[in-house]
Design a binder for this molecule. Structure first.
Ligand SMILES: [Zn+2]
Length: 390
């Protein structure tokens, strides 16, 4: 007999509103960022920023580039700060946050600083390469960025994430044994499982596979370890292991490499076109005039926005593969379904978002779909097993 699917509770008004507000907030933030770039170009203010940068840097090019990035990042932060503050309040209003104002402000400062450092490295590299190889700069820059991505993927769990969260190796002996057994069955060895101290900031639960090569690891939030049974955590571990076995991080980097190639090619094309037609008189005809940075960022932003549905579709496909891997490698399907239900409840996730919202915004299939797929898989499997017995 096929298992009858459990009726899933519908999304409450509260859940719908929380998710809607979150989406509006991130859209508004994106629009403001976009508007800043357009305003800088149309008004010619990007030229003023460039002139001040040269003045402050005593005409030193690379120092001037840094000062430009610094001023740009201060303006961008000031403009997006109100949205960040509303986002912080929203998490508290919906009782999803444990974070105090001071700790949040400190995180905002650290986040701004990390972005400034990474942004400076990338922008200095791009303009340095433009000066060295003005004709083929975009291919050279692409190759350098590929190396940068690989380095960042490797450093993320050991350098970047610890700036914001504490991590420690998982102490639960039973869970570690279960993971080792899951890994042995898959013929792979997971180098580490870490407890992620998310509870200092959030009531939400999360788990992820991160890192590359020697830094590859599974991280499980303490909010998950506290509230889920060992069977449920094993189901989540199996899902993360599925990402590892199916090489999803590597595939994600490959996609990024392809998009970056397209991005640099397009930036070069647009820059040359705009400069040739003199659309923004403030920009000098020389490519290394860093006043054209808003134009570069604008092209990348528009491209990223247009590609979002495609990138999310790839991500959702990876999630479905990891789910399937989990079902095949755990003894029973029920803990997987129970874990999904708990995650939806704890994180106020929409079980049934509209088709468009899921297509455009979601990197994961909706919880409703994941549970339905698990049930369909289990019922198919159980009926096959039943037939082979009779
Ligand atoms: Zn996943």
């Amino acid at each position: 007999m096929a298992a009858t699917p459990n009726p899933q509770p519908a999304d409450s008004v509260e859940v719908r509103r929380y998710n809607r507000l979150q989406r509006w907030l991130s859209m508004a933030d994106t629009v403001i960022g976009f508007a800043l770039l357009v305003v800088l170009l149309v008004t010619g203010w990007t030229g003023k920023l460039r002139d001040w940068s040269y003045l402050g840097a005593h005409q030193n090019y690379f120092l001037a580039v840094f000062l430009y990035v610094l001023m740009f990042s201060i303006i961008a932060k000031v403009l997006s700060a109100p949205f960040d503050a509303v986002g912080f309040r929203l998490e508290h209003q919906y009782n999803l946050s444990n974070q105090k104002v001071r700790s949040w402000l400190w995180d905002e400062c650290k986040g701004w600083l990390v972005n400034l450092v990474l942004g400076t490295i990338m922008v200095e590299l791009v303009y340095g390469i433009i000066r060295l190889a003005p004709q083929r700069w975009w291919i050279v820059a692409w190759a350098v960025f590929v190396g940068l991505f690989l380095l960042m993927a490797q450093l993320a769990p050991v350098v970047l994430m610890p700036i914001f969260y504490k991590f420690k190796p998982l102490e639960n002996e039973t869970l570690r044994e279960r993971l080792t057994r899951l890994g042995e069955r898959a013929g792979t060895r997971v180098r580490g499982v870490y407890e992620w101290k998310l509870s200092e900031k959030s009531k939400k639960a999360n788990a992820a596979l991160t890192g590359l090569g020697s830094t590859r690891r599974i991280i499980l939030s303490d909010t998950l370890l506290e509230h889920y049974t060992d069977d449920e955590i094993e189901a989540i571990l199996a899902h993360e292991l599925g990402h590892h076995v199916r090489r999803h991080i590597f595939k994600g980097i490959l996609v990024q490499v392809g998009i970056t190639f397209l991005g640099f090619w397009l930036v070069n094309l647009v820059l040359r076109l705009v400069l040739a037609r003199n659309w923004f008189p403030v920009l000098s005809s020389r490519l290394y005039d860093f006043a054209n940075l808003p134009l570069m960022v604008l092209v990348v932003t528009v491209l990223g926005f247009l590609l979002m549905p495609a990138l999310n579709a790839i991500s959702r496909r990876h999630e479905r593969e990891a789910d399937r891997y989990a079902w095949e490698n755990i003894a029973m399907i029920e803990p997987f379904i129970a874990a999904m239900q708990k995650l939806a409840e704890q994180n106020l996730a929409e079980r049934e978002p509209s088709k468009f919202i899921e297509w455009f915004f979601h990197s994961h299939p909706s919880i409703g779909k994941r549970i339905a797929a698990a049930e369909a898989w289990a019922s198919q499997h159980q009926s096959v097993e039943a037939e082979s017995v009779t």
